[in-house]
Design a protein around this ligand. Structure first.
Ligand code: CA
Length: 422
């Protein structure tokens, strides 16, 4: 599919992440104004809440679903309404749109540079997976040796854990270094200290837009997914190393999860669908994919120390490196009966490629802290230092256009002097 041209000139640039082909959903405010639902188009944000109130662009004939500081009520409407609203948006914003509609859309839009972006949806519950094969192999090799890198269940189910929705933040939120109980192999007793091995995990997040009641097939799971965000699963490796056996991560992942400000809809990603890699072990029938449900989305992560003029590219990889798609993860999530709800967020698991520059965490890039990384400033890093800003970027690449999410960024600030004295 080629670039779809819009009368918003900045949306026709080959560089923008927000052409008419994309139309991602977010939440914005200007100055002290209310939080409103918005749609990114080029360098502007269309005020979806305002357009709904005028009656020019409605998702539902009866209910003002966009009169809210999130897209949850809109998601609740379901795939038919999602498709109709997207078609209406494309009609209003297309190059040949009726001039009366263009004038209305101009008066209900703001320059993105003037807006503050907020959480685009209310996270109902949050689950994170461990479904990237290169990542699992790298981490497993470090901890258990190359022969036992993948646990015996890994090729049969997408491994996951239930995380916390309460610590999911929008891009731009500062992340305070956590304290936690650590035990270094060199000491006999654990100590309570600020984490010294604070890390990122480059992931995608899938947003569940329809509820389930009982087990769903992989195809039904794909139909339930509303869209995707970039996701950084901030991870305290030293807390993790001490706590993770036998039940997996807990406080190591409880500090923060950052997401990109824009939800890119499944519809916008449709041209970029690809299949999961060849199965080494055939999956049980209920987890097999009926069609391509991963996406070809180049991703990267960069670091910028405090006061540094330039950032350093740490890694570049691609969402298509995942072994399990979000649809397979969601299907697996429903197998034992837990209902899924609108606004559930599923982290893909760290996305690493097969080579060193494609590793999606500092744990892998520095090989457990043993191989420091030299930055553009000449400094070195094994894990994150206070003042570092970490940025995830990603955009699918079409014929003369890009479909992006807006950066997912976070600056790490110093731990509290004493977390119990406030
Ligand atoms: Ca993770």
């Amino acid at each position: 599919m080629p670039l779809m041209r819009s009368w918003v000139e900045s949306a026709n640039s080959a560089e923008t992440e927000f052409p008419l082909n994309n139309l991602p959903y977010g939440v914005f405010s200007v100055g002290d104004g209310d939080l409103r639902c918005g749609v990114a188009i080029g360098d502007r944000i269309l005020d979806a809440t305002g357009l709904e109130a005028t009656g020019l662009l409605r998702a539902d004939a009866d209910a003002d679903v966009l009169d809210a500081p999130n897209w949850n009520d809109f998601m609740e409407l379901g795939p038919t309404a999602w498709a109709r609203y997207r078609a209406d948006l494309q009609r209003i914003l297309a190059e040949d749109a009726d001039e009366r509609l263009q004038d209305a859309a101009v008066s209900y839009s703001v320059p993105m540079a003037r807006a503050t972006l907020h959480m685009p949806f209310k996270v109902a519950e949050y689950t994170d997976f461990y479904a990237g094969r290169h990542h699992a192999t790298n981490v497993g090799t470090m901890f258990r040796g190359p022969e036992n890198a993948l646990p015996p269940n890994w090729l049969h189910i997408p491994i996951g854990y239930n995380g916390r929705a309460s610590s999911v933040y929008v891009s731009g939120t500062e992340i305070r270094r956590p304290w936690g109980q650590l035990k270094s192999p060199d000491h006999d007793a654990p100590a309570f200290l600020p984490s010294r091995r604070f890390d990122i995990e480059l992931e995608m997040g899938a947003i569940v837009g329809q509820p389930s009641d009982g087990p769903v097939s992989v195809q039904q799971a794909d139909d339930m997914i509303f869209g995707y965000v970039l996701l950084n699963d901030w991870s305290a490796r030293d807390i993790q190393a001490w706590e993770y056996q036998p039940l997996g991560p807990f406080q190591a992942k409880a500090t923060a999860t950052s997401i990109s400000p824009w939800i890119v809809t499944k519809a916008a990603l449709e041209p970029f669908r690809v299949s999961t890699p060849a199965r080494e072990k055939e999956l049980l029938p209920h987890l097999r994919e009926p069609g391509p449900m991963l996406y070809d989305i180049p991703l990267s992560v960069s670091i910028q120390p405090e006061n540094a003029k330039e950032s350093t590219l740490l890694a570049h990889t691609n969402y298509k490196e995942m072994y399990y798609s979000s649809a397979q993860q969601l299907a697996h999530h429903t197998t034992a009966g837990s209902p899924m709800t609108v606004g559930d967020l599923l982290g893909s698991g760290t996305i690493s490629g097969p080579t060193r520059p494609e590793r999606g965490s500092l744990l892998e890039l520095s090989w457990g802290g043993k191989e420091p990384i030299t930055l553009a400033t000449g400094e070195t890093r094994t894990f994150i230092e206070d003042g570092d800003t970490l940025t995830l970027s990603g955009a699918a690449e079409g014929d003369g256009y890009r479909v992006g999410f807006g950066d997912c960024t976070g600056k790490v600030i110093a731990a509290l002097t004493d977390p119990y004295e406030r």
